[in-house]
Design a protein. Sequence first.
Length: 150
Amino acid sequence: MARHTASATGSSSPDQGGAASILRLRVTSLAELRDSVRSGLPFSALVALTKQLEISPQQFTAVFGIPPRTVARRKEARHLNPQESDRLYRVARAVSQAVEVLGSIEKARVWLKTPNRALGREIPLDLLDTEIGARQLEEVLLRLNYGIFS
């Protein structure tokens, strides 16, 4: 069974400093990461991501699709359910890609919170409530990475 502990350093992630690192998870393989998501990530992973993004509670509930009362229950239980964990990982994966393409968490944070012309003037972070939106965001980041005007 995968360990669901939060790490202060985020070391030992299978995605080379990517989403698992952003979530402060200690996993050593993608299979272990998948199992962690399936069984539910620790609430501390959610806290780590919101701190990285510096987002408000209102943005948090909109992006993650989790009502405030449910968040309070998850905080008390110290555990997310598998669907919430999957959404959390989706957002962390997008943040990781933005950091990789843009060069820093600070630049990624600004980009994720600013309306983007290539995304129909939508705020990238707001698109992460669906897999389709996450794919659109990934496409734009790939184009940026390869120097294609977006």
